[in-house]
Design a protein around this ligand. Structure first.
Ligand SMILES: O=c1ccn([C@@H]2O[C@H](COP(=O)(O)O)[C@@H](O)[C@H]2O)c(=O)[nH]1
Length: 239
């Protein structure tokens, strides 16, 4: 078993399909990520039911709004008992600080992370938004805002994980989606890394969705990924 088990992105079109997978999983073998699609379908009650069953739940709603609105959303998320919530670092320092303060005031304080640059971006698509240059530079700028606001870490691609670790220290979490076992297509992801390269490159928490949820045998896919996470390999060499 790896120290930080993978986080499975439950991006299903309906609650029943998500529950069908979760029922096959031993609690503790992985963590669960509830994102926008499943949350809109299942609502807070679904999240609370996973928490009640003992799951560590990453509520991946990526709040991005004015500080007051994000603070309120973070309070509500914390009260669901989840393990991690996130916001967009692009919301700026004041928004990040408001999120931090809101979480800290709750009886249960989940980890709070900030999305830097979505893993579906490469330099070309990022430039379309007005952010020029390599994604890593933008990721580090946004990670600095999250660090200064006292967040627990960032969501980034594994390509940037080592630079973030070196700049902000081991304890600042690097949560990395865009994980693809070798031979598996990239889907809409652009900054993609294999499970073992992500581990070697300094990711603290791997987020994996479709390679498991769309596999013919999701449990076998999860076991294969868990095994890959334990293979030692050098860090990623170039994007
Ligand atoms: O930069 C980001 C931030 C969040 N995500 C989320 O992670 C999963 C990835 O799913 P896959 O099927 O493994 O691609 C998905 O829920 C995204 O919303 C991300 O991919 N990139």
């Amino acid at each position: 078993m790896v120290a930080n088990p993978p986080i499975i992105a439950l991006d299903y079109r309906d609650v029943a399909s998500a529950r069908a997978l979760v029922e096959q999983l031993p609690v503790g073998a992985c963590r669960l990520k509830v994102g926008k699609e499943l949350f809109v379908r299942g609502g807070p009650a679904l999240v609370e039911s996973f928490v009640a069953d003992g799951w560590e739940v990453f509520l991946d709603l990526k709040f991005h709004d004015i500080p007051n609105t994000v603070a309120g959303a973070c309070r509500a998320a914390a009260d669901l008992g989840v393990w991690m919530v996130n916001v967009h670092a692009l919301g700026g320092l004041a928004m990040l600080e408001a999120a931090r303060a809101a979480i800290d005031q709750r009886p249960h304080s989940p980890l709070l992370t900030a999305v830097t640059v979505l893993t579906s971006h490469d330099a070309e698509t990022l430039a379309q938004t007005g952010i020029e240059g390599p994604p890593e530079a933008a990721v580090l700028r946004l990670a600095r805002l999250a660090f200064e606001a006292g967040l627990d870490g960032v969501v980034c691609s594994a390509w940037e994980a080592d630079a973030i670790r070196q700049t902000f220290g081991e304890d600042f979490r690097r949560v990395t989606p865009g994980v693809r076992p070798s031979g598996r297509g990239d889907d809409d992801q652009r900054r993609v890394v294999t499970p073992q390269a992500a581990m070697a490159g300094g990711s603290t928490d791997l987020v994996i969705g479709r390679p498991i949820t769309q596999a013919a045998d999701p449990m076998a896919a999860l076991v294969a990924i868990q095994n890959e996470m334990q293979i030692t390999e050098g860090p990623p060499t170039s994007p």
